[in-house]
Design a protein around this ligand. Structure first.
Ligand code: IDP
Ligand code: MG
Length: 150
């Protein structure tokens, strides 16, 4: 079953010039991009996107950070893309993330962990709808597909 996931290169990743390297890892792994934009989140979108965290003590800091500058939003589609992205990102805290994962290789701090990825297919659908209009998502056939998935 195909599913979709939302990836954000967070404002720290953009400020540090890591957009290309982060997206490159997902692209090279074989994930299929269906939507991509540079944008800035406002407080309302941050509150919707992080709805599960609004009552947590770290939320004001998280909201200030995530709205502080431009970020890149990307949507990927394919079988198991949620889990594949989560594994490629690494654990939430870069200190605990496995070497070779994006969060380990590009970060050292929980509040500056460079990348977001949806935590379930349901979250993927919900989050993609927050960031993209339907017309901004492209369904396309990739000629290299047989070399990526059997
Ligand atoms: P996830 O990004 O791996 O799904 P979540 O628990 O959903 O992790 O947390 C969302 C984001 O909030 C994290 O990526 C991190 O940037 C931030 N965050 C989570 N827990 C803390 C904390 O205890 N202190 C500061 N920031 C946190
Ligand atoms: Mg999460």
């Amino acid at each position: 079953m195909s599913e979709r996931t939302l990836v954000l290169v967070k404002p720290d990743g953009v400020q540090r010039g890591l957009i290309g390297q982060v997206l490159s890892r997902l692209e090279a792994r074989g994930l299929k991009l269906i939507g991509l934009k540079l944008m800035q989140m406002d407080d309302a979108l941050a509150t919707q996107h992080y709805a599960e965290h609004t009552e947590k003590p770290f939320f004001p800091g998280l909201r200030a950070f995530i709205t502080s500058g431009p970020l890149v939003a990307a949507a990927f589609e394919g079988e198991k893309v949620v889990q594949i992205v989560r594994n490629t990102m690494g654990a939430t805290n870069p200190v605990d993330a496995a070497p070779g994962s994006i969060r380990a290789d590009f970060g050292v701090d929980l509040g500056r962990n460079v990348i977001h990825g949806s935590d379930s297919p349901e979250s993927g659908e919900r989050e993609i709808a927050l960031f993209f209009d339907d017309a901004e998502l492209l369904s396309w056939s990739r000629d290299t597909e047989p070399w990526i998935r059997e």
